[in-house]
Structures are given as C-alpha cells and as structure tokens.
Design a protein around this ligand. Structure first.
Ligand code: SF4
Length: 190
C-alpha cells in the first residue's frame, strides 16, 4: 500500500486542468477497516494537505460519531476520493466535479491492497454512481442504504447544502445517521 500511495502522491496526470496544480490528498493504510470514497478535496484540504480539514469534515465526523483521533487513524479509516486533487471552481459557484481520469486510474491500483475492509462509505453522488452504478436518485439510494450493506453505505456529501437537503428529508437524521453510526461501530469492532 505504501508504494501505491506514494505513486498516487506523485501523480500529475491531469495537471493542466487543475487551477492550483496537483496535490493528491488521501489517507491510506492496508489494515483500514472503513474506506471513505468522497468527491475531491476543497481548497482548505488542498492548502493543509489534510483530507476533510474543513466544515464538511466536521459534519462527516459528527455523522459517523467519530472524534478526530479515530477519523485520522489510517489503520481504522482510509480516505480515497473520486478525485485526489482540488479540481477548481465552477463559473457559477461551487467546486468542479472530481477529475474523471482520477478514480479509474487509482482506485483499481489501490483497492486490492486493503486487507481488512469492513465497510465502504460512498460520500456524494459521484462516488455513489461510480461504485454502485444505476440511475437511482441519491435520496432514494440513501433511504435504501440497507440494500447495499454490509459492504457499502451511500451518503450525501456533507457540505452546507446538505443541511437544506436533510430538512427536506427528515428521515436522514432520524434513521440514516443512527444506522450509519451502528455500521461504523460494527466495522471497527469486527
Ligand atoms: S486529480 Fe488524480 S489524476 Fe489528476 S493529477 Fe491529481 S491524482 Fe493525478
């Protein structure tokens, strides 16, 4: 895994599309029990080099019921986004989608190196579609999370927009978050 992680860290494949240049961000250890497949780093993560070092990360840790020590312990939780580098801003606001070259290049090289995975969290529509396929709307996929367990738990991206989304879908806080915390504890305990 260390070799694959180092190779990913040195990647410059789509540098010409990246406004701040390549800075691949991940958290990888072959013994991780939980894998977070998220979208792509934001500017704060790009600057710090630390994944989820922002408000979205705080929200995600709250959803998972994990403190920073557990979240940033790579033997417990790995982070392999759909795009490893910050992809830039859209003209009308919001971050660009993850670079499409990235996951097809790095996921097949890295995923087989995990030896202890119990649960994969698919965070955001890009990860959900890439891994699970199909055209099911994200809200329906999240509501039907039991169908993809124990391997995959589909989730919305924990950006501020999700606060509005969660208000429209009150079952998310009432049912999905407690189920998510149970699955996280199971994955860490097994
Ligand atoms: S986004 Fe992915 S493919 Fe592009 S330079 Fe970064 S690591 Fe390489």
């Amino acid at each position: 895994m260390a070799e694959a992680a180092a190779a990913a860290s040195a990647c410059t494949l789509c540098a010409r599309h990246l406004p701040l240049g390549p800075r691949p961000i991940h958290q990888l250890h072959e013994r991780a029990r939980i894998l977070v497949t998220s979208q792509a780093p934001g500017t704060k993560a790009h600057l710090s080099g630390i994944p989820f070092e922002d408000a979205s990360g705080e929200r995600l840790r709250d959803w998972l019921g994990m403190d920073r020590d557990r979240f940033y312990d790579p033997t417990k939780l790995a982070i392999l986004p759909m795009g490893l580098c910050y992809p830039g801003r859209l003209p009308r606001g919001g971050d660009c989608p993850p670079r499409p070259e990235c996951a097809p290049l790095w996921h097949p090289r890295i995923l087989p190196r995990f030896t202890n995975l119990r649960l994969r969290l698919l965070v955001g529509a890009h990860a959900v579609r890439f891994v699970l396929g199909g055209r099911m709307p994200l809200a329906e996929r999240v509501a039907r999370h039991a169908e993809t367990l124990p391997a995959h738990f589909p989730l919305p991206h924990p950006s501020w927009r999700t606060l509005v989304w969660a208000k429209r879908h009150p079952w998310f806080d009432a049912e999905v978050i407690p189920a998510l915390r149970r699955e996280v504890e199971r994955a860490l305990a097994e």
